[in-house]
Design a binder for this molecule. Structure first.
Ligand code: A3P
Length: 300
């Protein structure tokens, strides 16, 4: 499969996981394996928050929500989530950030700093139905700037998406590994959220976050955060970030690439044929049946 060769060129394997050579990593680091290893000894502060989620599950959205909640004001974080992405900044970058810190990662728990478990750092995970993740990822991967752009059509992409050769591994391995790892540490404060719930009742979800984080903030502030983090507002913020050069060179020229593409539940129906969808379900269910993780694929 030609796309597997392209993925292999843009990734490296570390601890059995396929990790993308993110552009900045490629520039600043000759030895990505050492950089990954260094993460384990990074310093954590008790009030750190880590958003651990698979790509395209709503990381940027939740990042802004968390930034506002923890700062207690309607101020946007830098749209460059990569500047807080653990695998990109590694130990050096993590240690250089001063608290209060919201860190991000797409890695499994075993690769995170050992102090995450030792200091019981609050971890939040947002999950999204795999078909919408797949569509969102396809648009991301085919529009990202070279040399990472994938030249692939959607049906072929759906096939590699569910393999271990995919960046960060297949989504089901990602979910099952996190579930198993978290169950080993019942004292680790861990909140699971769903993208689809955020779409249906964002205020309730933000209030749940408030409770989990132990924040003393009013309902009206939670509502204001939801409003400030609406899809349209964040999309506008992203376009300002591109204009200001913060997000420069992320997307292929004239590709229309964006972190705020459609923001819907069920867009997958516009992409999957019935046959593709059935094939996807079959593979998904084979791994995920009995996992206790259930998704909504559409909302009324
Ligand atoms: P789509 O590509 O389906 O539109 P991530 O931040 O993890 O890369 O996830 C990106 C996905 O989250 C994109 O999905 C994007 O549109 C969606 N998203 C971002 N902000 C959102 C918001 N405020 N409301 C709903 N969806 C949002």
């Amino acid at each position: 499969m030609a796309v597997l060769k392209q993925i292999a060129k843009a990734t490296f394997v570390y601890d059995d996981l396929c990790i993308p050579m993110l552009p900045r990593l490629r520039i600043t680091c000759d030895n990505p394996t050492e950089q990954m290893k260094s993460i384990k000894s990074a310093r954590m502060y008790e009030d750190d928050i880590i958003l651990c989620a698979y790509p395209k599950s709503g990381n940027h959205w939740l990042s802004q929500v968390l930034h506002m909640l923890t700062h207690g004001s309607i101020q946007y974080a830098s749209p460059l989530l990569a500047s807080r992405l653990i695998e990109l900044i590694s130990k050096k970058g993590i240690d250089a950030l001063s608290p209060p810190r919201i860190l991000h990662t797409h890695l499994p728990l075993r690769m995170l700093p050992t102090q995450v478990v030792e200091k019981k750092i609050k971890c939040i995970q947002i999950l999204r139905n795999p078909k919408d993740v797949c569509v969102s990822y396809f648009n991301h991967a085919t529009k990202i700037a070279p040399p990472d752009t994938l030249e692939v059509d959607f049906p072929e992409f759906t096939d590699v998406f569910l393999t271990e050769k995919f960046p960060y591994g297949s989504y089901y391995d990602y979910l099952l590994t996190w579930k198993a790892d978290v169950s080993k540490y019942p004292d680790l404060p861990f909140l699971t959220m769903f993208y689809e719930d955020m779409k249906v009742d964002p205020v309730k979800c933000v209030k749940d976050l408030r409770t989990f984080l132990g924040l003393n903030i009013k309902d009206t502030f939670c509502e204001a955060v939801v409003e400030a983090c609406s899809f349209d507002k964040l999309k506008m913020k992203e376009s300002l970030g591109i204009k200001d050069g913060v997000l420069v060179d992320v997307w292929k020229e004239n590709s229309g690439g964006t972190f705020h593409r459609k923001g819907e539940v069920g867009d997958w129906k516009n992409w999957f044929t019935v046959a593709d969808s059935e094939r996807f379900d079959e593979k998904w269910n084979e791994k995920m049946n009995g996992s206790g993780i259930e998704f909504s694929y559409s909302i009324a």
